[in-house]
Design a protein around this ligand. Structure first.
Ligand code: FE2
Length: 202
């Protein structure tokens, strides 16, 4: 795998604070850049979880909620077509559009092991936390005959302990992310089970 380190620690420009893409533009960027439906669903799921968290836990208003959702929605935008430039490409693109630096920082820090950028804000930390666990829980839903129906925390914890299940998902990252976000793994699992089933369905 290519070296994805970003080798910098500041993103965007403070004077662009509050500049977000409008919803239509963000969703067409997703359609244009991401051809892989599984990846697209993952991005919708992480965006939807960020939105749900902002509303339920951060008491966010509409603009702040969209900021959280947009960060989740676009975090892997360049992964499909430019895996060797993962993170760099979307970050530079959003910088060229003068997007809010906090959105760019959140995307840049969603995998500190790969990109070398530490998650700082609660938004950064929740994006990092949702990213891997959301995918593992979705994979689990696909192997259950009833999908998300009747899924419980115990089942997810069991899958987490099975190293061969969704082997690409780093258990270490999940624990690290929970510690950074100051949320228990159990609460994070419950939140995803509660909110993820309805995300990305038409
Ligand atoms: Fe992701």
């Amino acid at each position: 795998m290519a070296d994805l380190k970003l080798n910098r620690n500041t993103f965007g420009d403070e004077k662009n604070k509050g500049n977000l893409l409008n919803r239509e533009v963000a969703f067409s960027l997703l359609d244009e850049w991401v051809k892989n439906d599984r990846l697209k669903l993952h991005m919708l799921q992480v965006g939807g979880l960020m939105k749900a968290w902002a509303i339920s836990t951060e008491q966010a208003d509409e603009t702040l909620t969209w900021k959280w959702e947009m960060s989740g929605l676009l975090h892997d935008a360049d992964w499909d077509q430019w895996p060797d430039q993962h993170c760099k490409k979307i970050i530079e693109y959003l910088e060229s559009l003068n997007i809010d630096p906090e959105v760019i920082q959140a995307i840049a820090s969603h995998g500190h092991i790969h990109f070398g950028v530490e998650p700082k804000t609660k938004m950064d930390k929740m994006l990092y936390a949702f990213d891997e666990l959301s995918g593992l829980i979705h994979a689990y839903s696909l192997m259950r005959p009833t999908g998300y129906d009747g899924m419980d925390r115990k089942g997810v914890l069991k899958r987490l302990k099975e190293k061969t299940f969704a082997a690409g998902v780093s258990r270490e990252d999940i624990h690290d992310a929970c510690a950074r976000a100051e949320i228990t793994l159990e609460d994070l699992i419950d939140f995803i089970i509660q909110h993820q089933p309805s995300i990305g369905l038409i």
